[in-house]
Design a protein around this ligand. Structure first.
Ligand SMILES: [Zn+2]
Length: 371
């Protein structure tokens, strides 16, 4: 076990929530501070407000990972007698790094939308608004027969060979590898300057592009040869579709009963509801944050009710006219990411052998109260 630096933690985090999943123009990644330092305490936050920064200082945090970017519109100046300037000054003075994972965390598997779908108990949840089609690569590697099994295992553990619900999928064929080790080599088999023939196995598997680098690195590390022969082919096969929102099924109940369930599951005291409370609900769409512009996706995919935040008056009218029920539990329900992400990152750090304390911010950042 070791104390990681900021880069190592973020590298791990981005395997879970790659930057490439973010919507165009989103403000993500390291926003304030530096990562080239030891990180012993990480706080997971929904919003970075002044009281959240105070909490981070008090708890001696070196890194805040937040869902909502602290800097969204470009700064024209940085004046320390403004609210935002003062906040940034405080962050810098205490050498805290602030990293934002916004729409990439919405889209990521196990991210905000999956956490919301889980909280609502959606079964067979699928993506509501596809935004990202994972490209697939074919990876072929040649390995001496003695090491074929190890390499197959390493490839599978790195995430290669996922087809549907099957993991560690690969195909192997035996053949003969030939090579002449050059001068100054230290070959695993044979000797410099002499043609060598070795019984080798050709292992082929499929790898999602985001995992390719990691897979090849792990494969080379486990391979006995000095120079590993491998090929990467682009594929036309359709990869896994990722995106915003989720749609799935619940046990049939009325809209009124489901609204109560939403309150309980997402820990809010009130929700705004559009539709007849006695309507039967079975198919539920959910989208974290402001999902106004996606209500027709929910309608087209046959949702009985669409759960999202920040619903506008006119969106509510349009949805009602289309016969789509809606529930608005508020934007702040994205707070589920605090505990969810804490658990995910804790597990990843543990498996990697990093000693680091990760915890959710305890500050309530909902600007609204109901009186
Ligand atoms: Zn949001």
């Amino acid at each position: 076990m070791k104390i990681p630096n900021g880069h190592e933690v973020i590298q791990l985090f981005e395997q879970f929530s790659p930057k490439g999943l973010a919507m165009e123009g989103d403000k993500i990644g390291l926003q304030i501070g530096r990562l080239n330092k030891k990180v012993e305490r990480i706080m997971i936050a929904l919003d970075v407000l002044e009281n959240v920064i105070d909490e981070a200082i008090e708890k001696n945090v070196q890194l805040i990972i937040a869902h909502h970017p602290i800097i969204y519109r470009p700064l024209k100046n940085l004046l320390t007698d403004t609210v935002q300037g003062k906040m940034i000054e405080k962050i810098l003075k205490h050498d805290i790094a602030v990293y934002a994972a916004h729409t990439n965390l919405d889209v990521a598997k196990g991210g905000v939308n999956d956490l919301l779908a889980n909280a609502l108990g959606l079964e067979d949840a699928e993506v509501l608004v596809p935004t990202f089609d994972t490209k697939l690569k074919k990876l072929v590697v040649f390995v001496p027969a003695s090491h074929a099994e190890v390499i197959r295992k390493v490839l599978g553990n790195a995430g290669a060979g996922f087809i549907g619900n099957y993991s560690h999928c690969s195909f192997s064929a035996n053949g003969t590898g030939r090579f002449v080790p050059g001068e100054n080599t230290n070959p695993f088999v044979g000797e410099a300057g002499r043609l060598e023939e070795v019984e080798e196995v050709r292992i082929e598997t499929i790898v999602p592009e985001p995992l390719l680098k990691k897979t090849i690195t792990a494969m080379i590390k486990a391979h006995p040869y000095e120079e590993v022969a491998y090929d990467v082919y682009p594929l036309e096969n359709k990869g896994e579709v990722l995106g915003l929102g989720r749609i799935g099924k619940v046990h049939e109940m009325t809209l009124g009963e489901f609204a109560e369930k939403v309150k309980l599951a997402l820990e809010v005291s009130t929700v705004r509801v559009v539709g007849d409370l006695s309507t039967k609900i079975k198919k539920v769409a959910v989208l974290g944050g402001d999902g106004n512009k996606y209500f027709m996706n929910a309608k087209f995919q046959g949702a009985d009710v669409y759960v999202t935040g920040d619903i506008y008056y006119h969106t509510a009218h349009d949805a009602a006219m289309q016969g789509l029920n809606m529930i608005d539990p508020g934007h702040n329900v994205e707070k589920v990411m605090k505990k969810g992400l804490t658990a995910t990152l804790q597990k990843m750090c543990q498996e990697t052998g990093y000693t680091v304390e990760i915890f959710p911010s305890e500050v309530n950042t909902d600007p609204f109260q109901f009186v």
